[in-house]
Design a binder for this molecule. Structure first.
Ligand code: SF4
Ligand code: SF4
Length: 483
């Protein structure tokens, strides 16, 4: 029995690891090991257009943190202070309604874009595709001797000097991109301080930078196209976001099938596909577009360029793989107007309208007066009554301001504030306690109405009603008030 078990173990070891019998991820071999993709570039008409777009976008991604609008950053996602600035408008943590409208508008815009143009963002605009296909992969091919060179390096394996040099350059690029990326979150001024100071002086920010650079290096050097295949949720949503009229990159099976390898001796019944595999070889996600619409397809158009060259060579019309809608590929009429492309813009116009209306109605200063919790008033031994009030000031402007607080029209009462005027930095919020001291007097049952004026001495001035409270006639001096 023992001998038989040993024999079976030996047979398994000779057979190697178990093999998948079904289709596996394009980045995986049937035995579960990583399949490294080295797509062969197809430099056709779409590649040329995408390259122009990609280099323009790289410049935009780099420059946006430096651009300003109305004296504020064009885009700054200040997470520690919970403030987002977009197109010169700052959203504070108290602007949850505005922020919700903005997020819903962005989602609707993505839904609309996908319903109309498919995954055009993935193929043309996503930073993952832009940097991977037009920076990291070209550098790899240049250093490793082109597409064939990379394949040779893979076969040889081990650490080879050119590959090490590639990873060293990748590390430099990752550090540069980490600085660009973090500029969106800390601002270019803060980033400049990080860069100039020694890491010993600011270890936390240095570690944040190091971690970000390491993540970017891992993404572009190791994880690569798997970000699109297994990590990004957008690809997984496409089956819900696309419809039969959405623009996709697809293979015209009616024209291409039955595929027939080679050009010599083709039967009359053969389709236009010569089964050359060029579309598979060039695909950066390693799929065969002839298998139909797949989640892994990022609509990068590389297979279109590859197939057009083959069609030219075999004297067939271009466009066996092309842009089109599923209905058109299946010979049904196209339909521009359908429910989702009507409803999405309508709802989007509504949310954007509400957002703009709310933004235009929003003052650049927010003032909130709140009764202090616990002991909102105190009656002093001499009979005076002191009300404690919390004042919350929000400065949405682009410049620092000082707000003066005044108490209006209450005879004999005076205001005590720890600081007055109150300085509040641009885009910041400040809360402080102030006290109103009332001379001994009878307090009406429903309290005493007063008005506060808050002004910055320049553009802003606002009056706010408030009701002071105090003890009833039976209360005793020194007693703390209860509400
Ligand atoms: S199938 Fe074509 S369009 Fe889709 S990812 Fe591959 S090469 Fe790009
Ligand atoms: S590149 Fe065109 S002809 Fe070649 S296998 Fe792909 S679809 Fe067929």
């Amino acid at each position: 029995m023992k001998d038989r078990l040993l024999e079976a173990e030996g047979a398994n070891a000779r057979a190697g690891p178990p093999q998948a019998t079904e289709r596996v991820l394009p980045t995986m071999n049937p035995d579960g090991s990583r399949r490294w993709l080295r797509p062969k570039p197809s430099q056709g008409a779409f590649w040329a257009r995408r390259r122009i777009v990609a280099y323009a976008l790289m410049a935009v991604f780099f420059l946006v943190p430096y651009l300003r609008m109305a004296g504020r950053p064009l885009m700054l996602l200040d997470l520690p202070r919970r403030q987002f600035t977009l197109f010169g408008t700052t959203f504070l943590s108290t602007d949850s309604m505005l922020f919700m409208l903005l997020m819903v508008s962005c989602l609707l815009a993505i839904f609309l874009l996908t319903a109309m143009f498919g995954r055009v963002w993935c193929g043309w605009g996503c930073p993952q595709t832009v940097y991977m296909e037009f920076l990291f992969r070209p550098l790899e091919r240049w250093l490793e001797g082109g597409y064939n060179g990379s394949i040779r390096f893979d076969r040889r394996g081990g650490f080879q000097p050119r590959r090490l040099l590639k990873y060293a350059l990748y590390a430099v690029l990752a550090a540069f991109l980490a600085h660009t990326f973090l500029a969106y979150f800390v601002g270019v001024e803060e980033l400049a301080k990080w860069v100039r100071r020694s890491p010993v002086e600011h270890p936390v920010s240095f570690l944040v930078m190091l971690g970000t650079a390491a993540a970017i290096f891992f993404d572009f050097a190791i994880f690569r196209e798997q970000t699109c295949l297994v990590a990004c949720p957008y690809g997984r949503l496409q089956s819900a976001l696309l419809d039969r009229q959405s623009l996709i990159v697809a293979y015209d099976a009616r024209r291409g099938e039955p595929r027939q390898r080679g050009v010599v001796g083709r039967p009359e019944s053969a389709g236009d596909c010569v089964d050359c595999g060029a579309c598979v070889l060039t695909c950066p996600t390693g799929i065969d577009i002839r298998d139909g619409l797949q989640m892994e397809c990022i609509h990068c158009t590389q297979c279109m360029d590859a197939c057009d060259v083959i069609m030219d060579n075999v004297a067939k019309p271009r466009g066996l793989i092309r842009y089109g809608s599923r209905d058109r590929f299946e010979g049904r009429p196209g339909r521009l107007l359908r429910a989702r492309v009507v409803l999405y813009p309508l709802v989007l116009a509504g949310t954007l309208g509400l957002l703009v209306w709310n933004l235009s109605a929003r003052a650049d200063t927010d003032v909130t007066l709140l009764r202090a919790g616990g002991a909102p008033f105190v009656r002093e031994p001499d009979g005076t009554v002191v009300n404690q009030i919390m004042v919350k000031l929000t400065n949405r402007g682009s410049a620092d301001r000082s707000y003066r607080l005044e108490l209006l029209g209450t005879e004999g009462a005076h205001l005590i504030a720890p600081v007055n005027p109150v300085p509040v930095a641009a885009g910041a919020m400040r809360t402080l306690s102030v006290f109103v001291v009332l001379p001994p007097r009878r307090m009406p049952d429903d309290g005493m109405p007063v008005r506060f004026r808050v002004s910055d001495g320049l553009r802003y001035s606002g009056d706010f009603a408030y009701r002071l409270i105090g003890p009833d006639r039976e209360s005793h001096p020194g007693e703390e008030g209860k509400e």
